[in-house]
Each structure stands twice: as C-alpha cells, then as structure tokens.
Design a protein around this ligand. Structure first.
Ligand SMILES: Nc1ncnc2c1ncn2[C@@H]1O[C@H](COP(=O)(O)OP(=O)(O)OP(=O)(O)O)[C@@H](O)[C@H]1O
Ligand SMILES: [Mg+2]
Length: 478
C-alpha cells in the first residue's frame, strides 16, 4: 500500500503534467493557428486590393522595360503598398517564373525565380484563380514568414502572372519567447509546489504515523503514553483527542474491572478462610482415622492453593500506586534475592549478580515485587543445575538491568502474550507475574525488552532511568 506522501505526489505530478500539456497545446495549436489565419486573411485582403491595380501589360520583360514610366509607376505603387501595410517584400513574376519586379532587389527584371516555394502544381492551382499561401516557415534571418501568391489575369481571363507578398510573423517570436518564459516559470512552479506539497504531505503523514505507533502501544497495554497533537484544531487534533478519550475510557474500565475482581476475590476469601478453619477442626477431631485424615489433608492443600490464588488475584486487582523515593538499585536486588532464597535452595542454581552502584527514583516494595516475579520465573524455567545472571549496565542515564537464565526459553510468538494477565504455561501458575512486572516498570517510566531462544536462554532487560542528581557520584562499578 502506498503512503499518503507518495499518493499526494503522484496526484500532483498528474495534475501538473496535464497542466503543462494543456498550455503547450494551447500555445502551439490554438494561438498559433489563430494568429496564422489572421495573418493570412490580413495579407490576402491587402493582396486582393493591390493585385487589382496591376495591369497585365505591366508584366513585361524586355530590355529597357525597367526604364519606362510604367515600370517606375508600378514599382512606386508596390512600394507604397509595402510601406503602408508593413509587408516585407513583393515580387511580380510571369507564369514562366520570370521575375518582373522584386522590391527586395534580389532578382532583376527577367531573372528566373529560383525558390522552390512555388511549384507546377501550385501554378496550375493559381491558374484556376485560387489564392495560395505557404505554410509558416523560418527565413534566412531566422524569422517566421508567410508567403501569399495571387494570380493575375487579363480581360480575357488569361493567366498572366503571379504576385507574391512576403510577410513576416514577428509576433511569433514574442509568442515563442513567451512560451520559453512560461516554461521557466513552470519549472520554478514545479520545484516550489513540489517542495510545498512534500511539506504538506509530510505534515499529514508524520502525525498519522506517530498516532498509529501510539495506537500500537495502547494495544500492548501502555495506557499512560503521552498523546501528541491534542491541541491541534484540525482532523489530526480530533483524532488525537479521540485516542486520548479512548485511553481514558480503557483506563476507567480497567479500574472498574479491578474493583469488581477485588470484590469477588474478597468474597471468595472469606468463605475460604471459614472452610480452612473448619477443616482444621475436623482434622483435630478425626485424628484417629488415617483415611479421613488423608482426605482432609488433601482438601486443606486445595484450600491453601486456592487461598494463594485469591491473594495473587487480589494483589493484581489492587491498583498499583507507586511512591517514588531515592533507592539503591543494589539494595532492591539484594532484598529480592533474599526473598527468593527458599525457592533458590530447592535447586542447585548458579546465581551471579553484578550491578553498578546507582540510585533510582523508585518505589522499593513494588520494584522488589517486579524483580521477585522475574527471578521466580527464571528459577522455575531452569533445570536443577541451571544458571541465572543478573547484570547491570549504565547507558545514557539509564540502568539496563538484565535478568538472564539458561532455562527452557520462550517461543517468539508468545513474546507479547506472556505480559498479558492470566497467560501461563504452568499448571500452578496464575499468569499474573509478568503483567504486574510490566505495570510496575511502566509506572517507573521504564521499559522492558525481551529476547529468548527455546531451550537456550531468556533475557529480560529492564531499562530504568537513574536518579539524575546522584548520577556520576554513586555509579562506580563494583
Ligand atoms: N524466564 C522464563 N523462562 C521461560 N518462560 C518464562 C520465563 N518467564 C516467563 N515465562 C513464561 O511466561 C509465562 C507467564 O509468566 P508469568 O510470570 O506472567 O506467569 P506464571 O509464571 O505462569 O504464573 P505466576 O502468576 O505464578 O507468575 C510463564 O507461564 C512462562 O511460560
Ligand atoms: Mg511467574
């Protein structure tokens, strides 16, 4: 699918291309044709008037004719026409193409008219009484010209000669210059409007891309992300506001769901406690019957596991209200490991930790809870003699806290689902551990990165901002 930017540019190029074609057609055909027709009409009118004044006996060619009064008058009359009507040249010639008069002086009386612009076919057509015109051509001085040929007849309608009027179409140069300038102007317009259009397309597509990334984040459960473009008054602003409203609604629904869940869990816990108490009493009373005792013990175990589940559930349902204080990252890790000691002792796990001294703005208890959940998962994932490494690195004002284990690994297709509540692959798991970790880390303005390979390793990286005022003073590696 093409991006908005490319679509707008394609539409623009099509529009621009059509515009250039239209202007080119307009100048080259429409204006050019109209002007040419006007020129021909103008010269034809002049020619028709002047050709009437030429008497056939004037078309004489013999030595001494050029000295006669008739020849001088003829020349004078033709010159008057030439100057009066701004005509470039007038030539009179016989049907045999012998020049009688050439006002330009190129041909003398009696010379053969050498130009090929008038051929036999045209002569025949002229003989038939038709006025002919050449098509527009460029003369030797590179000027557009038009020639019109008028037949001359005597009283008996005998074809006696041809009068040629040469007119230059100087306006064509202005037209061509205008077209050239127009082309330059078009190039400038193309570049400028292309640039403007690119900026416009960018200003449309950039917010759309940003907002779609935000929607992706919301899909991953990040409901506290900042919504850009809210203050804009246009469609983008409306879209941003809608996204913000949607986030608020999801948040309030989440809060509502948590309250309902907490209520239900609470209601289950009370009867559970009563059942547990009763079971204890029964256990004491039936001390002697081993079969009944076994049954009661089984029930007690089930009740205990149900109680754990309910308390996990209640913990999850409770809103996480973080109180940020300055805490040492090392202290949080140490306390988390202490808490995990009983579980760690169940396996011969090789555990190492190497955290640079640094302070975080964090809620000690919640951060510890997040670390405990991650370490617990690693302990559960590794074999009896597995390995767990906790490594800290400081990069660009952030603590990268890496929890690495060589346990069973996570399939890549579950990389997002494992952070969703109630997703578990364990028979005794609630699937709440990592969803709580996610929420706690996000509330600390941190990020979680995950990489894993099945049956090789799992690496969970927490990226947490370190407390700025103490950065540098307290960050020496151990
Ligand atoms: N280090 C790990 N190695 C392998 N799989 C893991 C690891 N951490 C998490 N997982 C997978 O992610 C799932 C979800 O973990 P999560 O901690 O949310 O729930 P859980 O451990 O199943 O249950 P609990 O609520 O008791 O923590 C686990 O069931 C497991 O499949
Ligand atoms: Mg877990």
């Amino acid at each position: 699918m093409k991006s908005i930017k490319i679509r707008i540019l394609i539409i623009f190029l099509i529009l621009l291309g059509s515009l250039i074609c239209i202007q080119w057609y307009f100048i080259n055909y429409f204006i050019k044709d109209t002007l040419e027709k006007q020129l021909i009409n103008y010269i034809t009118d002049i020619g028709k008037a002047s050709v009437k004044t030429i008497k056939p006996n004037m078309l004489q060619i013999f030595p001494g004719f050029t000295e006669t009064k008739t020849f001088h008058k003829l020349k004078k009359d033709l010159r008057k026409y030439q100057t009066d009507f701004n005509i470039d040249n007038i030539i009179l010639m016989t049907p045999e193409k012998r020049v009688v008069v050439d006002l330009s002086g190129m041909f003398k009386n009696g010379d053969e008219y050498l130009f090929i612009d008038i051929n036999k076919r045209q002569l025949v057509s002229l003989q038939g009484g038709h006025i002919k015109s050449s098509s527009l051509y460029k003369n030797m001085n590179n000027i557009y010209c038009e020639n019109i040929y008028f037949p001359i007849f005597d009283k008996n309608k005998d074809f006696k000669g041809v009068m040629i009027l040469f007119a230059s179409a100087k306006y064509f140069h202005s037209l061509m210059n205008f077209q050239k300038k127009l082309s330059y102007l078009f190039v400038v317009i193309i570049i400028l409007s292309g640039l403007l259009l690119y900026l416009l397309a960018h200003s449309i597509s950039k917010p759309v891309v940003q907002l779609s990334k935000l929607v992706d984040k919301i899909g991953e459960g990040e409901l506290n992300a900042a919504v850009p473009y809210k203050s804009r008054k246009d469609e983008i602003g409306r879209l941003a506001k809608n996204i913000k409203d949607m986030m608020d609604k999801i948040k309030s629904k989440n809060i509502f769901m948590r309250r309902v869940s907490a209520g239900i869990a609470h209601e289950i816990r009370n009867p559970l406690t009563a059942i547990k108490g009763n079971l204890m009493l029964i256990k004491r009373a039936i001390n002697t019957d081993p079969r009944l005792l076994e049954m009661v013990n089984d029930n007690l175990r089930e009740v205990n596991s149900l109680e754990n589940l309910v308390s996990d559930f209640m913990n999850y349902a409770k809103s996480i209200n973080i109180e940020l204080k300055s805490v040492k990252a090392n202290d949080v890790i140490e306390r988390s490991l202490q808490e995990m000691q009983p579980l760690l002792k169940q396996k011969a796990i090789k555990l190492t930790d190497d955290i640079p001294k640094c302070r975080l703005l964090a809620d000690f208890d919640y951060l510890k809870r997040a670390f405990v959940n991650i370490i617990k998962n690693s302990i559960e994932a590794v074999k009896y003699s597995g390995e767990i490494n906790i490594i800290g690195e400081i990069r660009k004002g952030k603590l990268y806290l890496i929890f690495l284990d060589n346990g069973k690994g996570i399939d890549e297709e579950n990389f997002t689902t494992i952070f969703e509540p109630f997703y578990t692959s364990k028979s005794a798991g609630t699937g709440l551990g990592l969803s709580i970790v996610k929420e706690i880390i996000e509330k600390h303005y941190g990020k979680i990165e995950l990489s894993s390979e099945m049956n090789k390793f799992t690496k969970i990286t927490l990226i947490l901002p370190i407390e700025e005022k103490l950065y540098g003073k307290d960050t020496v590696s151990r």
